[in-house]
Design a protein around this ligand. Structure first.
Ligand SMILES: Cc1ncc(COP(=O)(O)O)c(C=O)c1O
Length: 344
């Protein structure tokens, strides 16, 4: 098996945060009730209410695709549609799971920066009430976006208000919501519940957990059937305590913020280094933990001999570099030196 140097491919490539590993060990000595009936899960649910507000309701799941798919299934019926960006994870990277499991259509829209705006959604809505067409019901946004950009608070609030004014709901894919909140300098509640969104897929894996994501309902009515949807969707963990304790750790002592700030700072540093390399161009504003660059394919391929990362748009010779909470300054400097070398 080929071993690469520190990966800039994905925040999923990172280690488990030591405090998370520690808590997994710590709880690993007793028998507990299963399927979330245990005291650890109850305690983590309480923690979520402290962080996201008393009105919120959290459900733990295994992974981000599961959070998105089951969350969206709770928000839609099969004759309805979800508006998203063309680059959305639900559109590109979930193997059609939303269409298969929720049964509804996706209506992907092109954007230059990964962000949806009400003006783009409006032209889709002339089909509302027409029996021949899938009915747009949900606007799904990703925060931070798949392009490493971050919606401002005003942008999210404006979208949510617009969607609601049209009888629609808002889902946020928050696989990297911690990075977005850190970037905006606001609390998780301010970045989510307070914006008016209805359902959040809250990411843990990219920010220090071994595994586990959460679906957080701010619109409580939508949560009514969710426990059945989660079970049908094979996302109900019998040993749920092992997901719950990881989340409680992430939400305690601001670990979520510490991790996200570190990842974001490393991306900013990498962008600063890369900008100084002739022939490398940053293609998106670096607002969270992703750096998108264009560079000649031959140079990128030379670099990939040592460092693994993904092409984003092969025709445009655009590549994605991700940082994570365990990226160190030294890793960035070494990688930047390798980029410079590959560009020679
Ligand atoms: C924006 C976004 N949403 C969701 C996910 C979750 O995916 P997974 O099902 O691999 O946990 C990812 C992971 O790459 C992602 O980047």
């Amino acid at each position: 098996m080929k071993r690469y140097k520190r990966s800039f491919a994905s925040d999923n490539n990172s280690i488990v945060h030591p405090r998370v590993m520690e808590v997994l060990q710590k709880v690993n000595h007793t028998h507990e009730l299963s399927y979330g009936e245990d005291a650890y899960t109850q305690s983590a649910r309480k923690k979520f209410k402290e962080v996201f507000g008393r009105e919120s309701e959290v459900f733990f799941v295994f992974n981000g695709t599961g959070a998105n798919v089951t969350g969206l299934a709770a928000m839609t019926q099969p004759h309805q549609a979800v508006v998203c960006t063309e680059t959305a994870h639900i559109n590109v990277d979930e193997c059609g799971a939303v269409e298969r499991f929720a049964g509804c259509r996706l209506l992907p829209l092109q954007t230059s920066d990964g962000k949806l705006r009400p003006e783009q959604i409006q032209p889709l809505l002339h089909v509302l009430g027409v029996q021949h067409h899938s009915q747009p019901k949900v606007v799904s946004i990703t925060q931070s976006t798949e392009l490493g950009t971050v919606y401002s608070l005003e942008e999210v609030k404006r979208l949510a208000a617009y969607a609601h004014s049209k009888g629609m709901l808002v889902h946020m894919d928050g696989a990297r919501i911690c990075n977005a909140a850190a970037s905006l300098g606001i609390s998780l509640k301010a970045a989510t519940a307070d914006t008016g969104i209805d359902v959040l897929s809250f990411g843990g894996t990219k920010n220090g957990l071994m595994f586990g994501e959460a679906v957080v309902f701010f619109n409580r009515q939508l949560a009514d059937s969710y426990q059945y949807i989660r079970k049908q969707g094979t996302q109900l963990a019998s040993k749920m305590r092992y997901i719950a304790v990881q989340f409680e750790t992430l939400l305690s002592d601001q670990l979520w913020l510490e991790n996200a700030q570190k990842a974001n700072a490393m991306a900013a540093m990498l962008a600063e280094e890369a900008e100084r390399i002739p022939g490398v161009r940053i293609t998106q504003p670096v607002q969270a933990n992703g750096v998108f660059v264009s560079m000649p394919k031959a140079a990128a391929e030379r670099l990939m001999q040592e460092y693994f990362f993904y092409p984003w748009n092969e025709e445009q010779e655009e590549y994605r570099w991700m940082t994570s909470f365990d990226t160190e300054e030294q890793d960035v400097l070494e990688f930047a030196a390798a980029v410079r070398e590959a560009m020679r």
